[in-house]
Design a binder for this molecule. Structure first.
Ligand code: HEM
Length: 445
């Protein structure tokens, strides 16, 4: 067992969500990847969560791909896709209704319906609107010859919400509900996010007010109910239910209206229950990921002022630069599978039923695939990063995420001559999302 400088086992340092308050432990991750690329991690009790059975952490790019490409052997459904096991069999049954936690063929049906709903016309329309949203945010924040702002809160938070409102057909005045919901789900290990309540009911639609009446509060133990159970998110489910009814009555041109109107290969339709789960998944997967990816990308530019200048001089470098920003930051650090049979991976014997956790943050710095992997290089080519996963669950929002990043940084860089840190960033306490809660910056026009 290798010990970190702190004297704790490196695997424990990498697992502990509190580690990430001080940044990603790249030194430990790199050493583990070189010395024991598939390594057993004990799940110590953390932050009031009991100890778990432990898991295999997969650190090499090729092994991560190999796990994600074989859903029959490494299942998303058996124990779902988070490191922590759902607390009860009921809770497991509940999360398995989401496509993220399904295996083929159940997964394939919903995936096909959803892919079809992102029709070319719908996507072109979304792209135009994203560019408009990025302009509006910059009009609001980057005014005058110079200034200071919190890039995470003032710039990055709103773009995914505005985009998701368009995708889900959520009225814009309700969009901060999505912010609170994804904070509660992703930030349950962080006291700032666990009971997020930014949305102001007075500004919302009647549907929002109705749903808000069900918002849970802290229990006697001071904790919010587990957000990975249906009981933990009654306000989200109420909202999704009311929205689905509304969209069946009055379809819009949003992706979810198209989805609800579709007929599958057996002549059936997406059920309201399926819609509700899809809504949950999009509200969380399409929001927090990008809200962390955008400030992470900004940090890359702040630490590399030459890249800022290069992009201002040659905006055509932006698509490649965005992929490098994504690789360098890697907003989603891990995902989990469960082995369905005894097997071998990276020289380790894996037992049936073992948890297998792939590390994107490690795979994206694997020197076997990326030359000078720690270097931020906006001209890196090719760049086969695994930021959006791999295989049948490859991120459905990858194109939308890239479009939002390109649109926002094109605007920000065109309107500024210099971006710089105005203080240290504050990071999220999580071993799943590489989150930025605050990013103070100064900018000069
Ligand atoms: C930088 C931003 C994003 C990152 C880093 C990211 C990352 C990921 C990853 C790693 C997966 C694979 C999970 C697995 O293998 O189990 C995934 C799946 C998914 N993502 Fe994203 N995502 C981002 C943005 C978005 C957006 C904007 C949307 C929607 C608008 C979205 C919707 C989804 C959905 C629905 C899935 C599940 C796909 C399936 O199960 O087949 N994501 N994402």
């Amino acid at each position: 067992m290798t010990l970190a400088r702190s004297g704790r086992p490196e695997t424990e340092v990498v697992f502990d969500p509190s580690t990430y308050l001080g940044g990603v432990p790249f030194e430990a991750i790199t050493r583990l990847r070189r010395e024991s690329p598939v390594v057993w991690v004990d799940e110590i009790p953390v932050l009031g969560w009991p100890a778990g059975p432990g898991f295999w952490l997969v650190l090499r790019h090729s092994d991560v791909e190999s796990v994600l490409a074989r859903p029959q052997l490494f299942s998303s459904s058996a124990g779902a896709t988070q490191i922590r096991d759902p607390a009860t069999p009921q809770a497991l049954g509940y999360v398995r209704q989401m496509m993220l936690n399904m295996d083929p063929p159940d997964h394939s049906r919903l995936r096909r319906l959803l892919t079809r709903s992102f029709m070319r016309r719908a996507v072109c329309q979304l792209e135009d609107r994203i560019r408009g949203h990025a302009q509006a945010i910059c009009d609001r924040v980057l005014t005058g010859p110079r200034g200071e702002c919190d890039f995470a809160k003032d710039v990055a938070a709103d773009l995914p919400l505005l985009t998701l409102s368009d995708v889900l057909g959520v009225p814009q005045q309700d969009r901060w509900l999505l912010f609170d919901w994804s904070n509660r789900v992703i930030g349950y290990q962080d006291p700032d996010y666990a009971s997020s309540a930014v949305f102001d009911a007075a500004e919302g639609t009647p549907i929002a007010r109705q749903a808000l009446e069900l918002r849970p509060t802290r229990g006697n133990d001071g904790r919010m109910p587990d957000p990975r159970t249906r009981e933990g998110m009654p306000d989200l489910y109420a909202y999704a239910h009311l929205l689905a009814e509304e969209k069946r009555r009055h379809p819009g041109d949003d992706v979810m209206s198209i989805l609800l109107a579709q007929v599958d290969d057996d002549g059936g339709q997406v059920s309201v229950a399926e819609f509700e789960n899809m809504f949950w998944l999009f509200a969380v997967a399409g929001n927090e990921t990008l809200r962390n990816g955008l400030p992470g990308a900004c940090i890359a530019l702040l630490e590399h002022p030459d890249a800022q200048d290069d992009l201002r001089a040659a905006p055509e470098l932006m698509p490649g630069a965005v992929d490098e920003m994504l690789r360098w930051w890697t907003p989603v650090m891990t995902f989990r599978r469960t082995a369905t049979a005894d097997c071998e991976l990276g020289g380790q014997r894996i037992g049936a039923g073992d948890k297998v956790v792939v590390s994107f943050i490690s795979a994206n710095r694997d020197e076997a695939v990326f030359a000078a992997a720690d270097r931020f290089d906006i001209r890196r080519q090719p760049n086969p990063h695994l930021v959006f996963g791999y295989g049948p669950h490859f991120c459905l929002g990858a194109h939308l995420a890239r479009t939002q990043m390109r649109a926002l940084f094109a605007e920000v860089l065109a309107r500024t001559s210099c971006l710089a840190f105005a203080g240290p960033p504050a990071y999220l306490r999580s071993n799943f999302q590489r989150g930025v809660k605050r990013l103070p910056i100064t900018w000069t026009a």
